[in-house]
Ligand binder design. Structure first.
Ligand code: IMP
Length: 501
């Protein structure tokens, strides 16, 4: 006889948190959101942690190198999508790893025999008023000087005059040597009252520029997530078919952690991939697996070496898996059951396997709920797709700005491997849609707001860490009527642009 789960499965919108006692120390500034990403033994620390409990989804419309850099600045990790060639994915990883916060590859360069008019035109194109003068005009050519829009007034000079006669010459420049740290560069900037500092290599070639204004923005990111060599941490999505070629190429490019990206992970394919990867590339290579939605699925992946386990089938905003195939489970119920299995497994073996709740997060408080239910971090697609840093087009639809957002199982992404169950399968149906999401601005501003809400809610619950939240949270199911009660009701909401005097 088929197995029946006794209770209906639920999703985040059906739950609320009940406050706990908040002491005077329990203030948002004291909340620590550090969380483990990969498994560790009792008494040890996870070899990879994040400073915030958020990762961006393994999706073409979400996680490229731009997203990865922006999210690592805030303390989280992007899993760069694997539904592209190995070379392109490795290039994206390389771009994240070679990006040095505060050190900018100059995109405004000119040759000494070009004209002042060329400088003006370049500024109009790039928006940058500081131009590096290099022997061949390239970003890494021999540095000969710097010219800025403060060095001449175009209406008072001959526009055909040569750059070399107006630039600050190399001998009069303050420069930093390659290898200098950002704080050392900043010291030079302040000591010499500079707006920019060129960084040069041994042969005098330009390596990068540090700008005064960028250092300030760097300081805005106290939680940035760096590896042991001060590079941003980045993850990569992989599949169960070409991992023997993809994984070594991505390790070479610098990927810090992998995620087997599949709509359903309770399969022999994931078992084989986990074994092969660990056997061939060593246990230092960290691989998350999934997705599963119950205890049995969790134990299967745990026993086959998953470094973290991802939970969720059918809850994603662009997902139509439940309609198409009738498989899945309410995201809250799935998270609760898998996290409980994780705790029992830890009790029994002393090995803690972080759990990631993936998909279906709509409101910021859903993140807090997922954590309270036992997740160590959440994976978000729709949320990140709305920001400037996502890889998709920003368009105007019905008079409002939107960004494109499509599922990996849509005809647009054609990531059929994600739904692959072996054999020479020809995809016969889609499991995702192609959609728009409202444009929401910069990742920094939005993540800042989300984290602020999470910290406040945790203080309401009387806890200062995710581990305490998982242990002490009080969670209640709510009725349909009390969900209506939770929104503004029985009032006519005023247009907020009309302010009381
Ligand atoms: P969201 O945060 O609710 O938008 O959900 C994102 C998650 O949906 C991803 O991390 C994937 O697990 C899942 N997903 C991505 N593309 C598809 C698809 O085409 N069909 C079903 N699920 C998808």
């Amino acid at each position: 006889m088929a197995y029946y789960f006794e209770e209906p499965s639920h999703t985040f919108g059906e739950y609320l948190l009940v406050p706990g006692y908040s002491s005077a120390d329990c203030i948002p500034a004291n909340v620590n959101l550090k969380t483990p990403v990969v498994k560790f033994r009792r008494g040890e620390e996870s070899p990879l942690s994040m400073n915030i409990p958020m990762v961006s989804a393994v999706m073409q419309s979400v996680s490229n190198d731009t997203m990865a850099i922006a999210l690592a600045k805030e303390g989280g990790i992007s899993f760069i999508y694997g539904s592209q060639t190995i070379e392109r994915q490795a290039d994206m990883i390389r771009r994240v790893k070679s990006y040095k916060a505060g050190f900018v590859t100059s995109d405004s360069n000119i040759k000494p025999d070009q004209s002042l008019q060329d400088v003006v035109d370049l500024k109009a194109r790039t928006g940058h008023s500081t131009v590096a003068v290099t022997a061949d005009g390239s970003p890494n050519g021999k540095l000969l000087g710097i010219i800025t829009s403060r060095d001449f007034r175009i209406n008072k000079v001959d526009p055909a005059a040569k750059v070399r006669d107006y630039m600050t010459r190399f001998d009069d420049l303050i420069v930093g040597q390659d290898g200098i740290t950002l704080s050392e560069a900043n010291e030079l900037i302040w000591a010499h009252k500079l707006n920019s500092l060129p960084i040069i290599g041994k042969s005098g070639n330009l390596v990068s520029m540090v700008f005064r204004k960028d250092y300030a923005s760097h300081e805005e990111h106290p939680l940035e997530l760096l590896d042991s060599r001060q590079r941003y941490v980045v993850g990569a999505g992989i599949n169960t078919r070409d991992y023997m070629e993809r994984v070594p190429a991505l390790i070479e490019a610098g990927a810090d952690v992998f995620c087997l990206d599949s709509s359903e992970g309770f399969s022999e394919w994931q078992k084989r991939a986990l074994h092969d990867i660990h056997k061939n590339f060593g246990d230092k290579v960290k691989v998350g697996a999934g997705n599963v939605v119950d205890k049995e699925g969790f134990l299967f992946l745990a026993e086959n070496g998953a470094d973290f386990v991802k939970v969720g089938i059918g809850g994603g905003s662009i997902c139509i898996t439940r309609e198409q195939k009738g498989i899945g489970r309410g995201q809250a119920t799935a998270t609760i059951e898998v996290a409980k299995a994780r705790d029992e497994y830890y009790e029994k073996t002393g090995v803690y396997i972080p759990v990631c709740s993936d998909g279906g997060i709509v409101h910021d408080y859903h993140v807090t709920l997922a954590l309270a239910m036992g997740a160590d971090f959440v994976m978000l697609g729709r949320y990140f797709a709305r920001f400037d840093e996502s890889p998709t087009n920003k368009l105007i639809v019905n008079g409002s700005y939107v960004k494109e957002y499509w599922g990996e199982g849509s005809n647009r992404a054609r990531n059929w491997q994600r739904y692959d169950l072996g054999g020479a399968k020809k995809m016969a149906f889609e499991e995702g849609v192609d959609s728009y999401v409202p444009y929401a601005g910069s990742l920094h501003d939005n993540v800042g707001m989300t984290l602020s809400k999470i910290r406040h809610t945790m203080c309401n619950c009387g806890v200062l860490s995710i581990a305490e939240l998982q242990k002490n949270a009080k969670i209640t199911l709510v009725s349909q009527a009390s969900i209506a009660e939770g929104s503004s009701h029985d009032v006519v909401v005023r247009n907020t642009s009309i302010r009381a005097e």
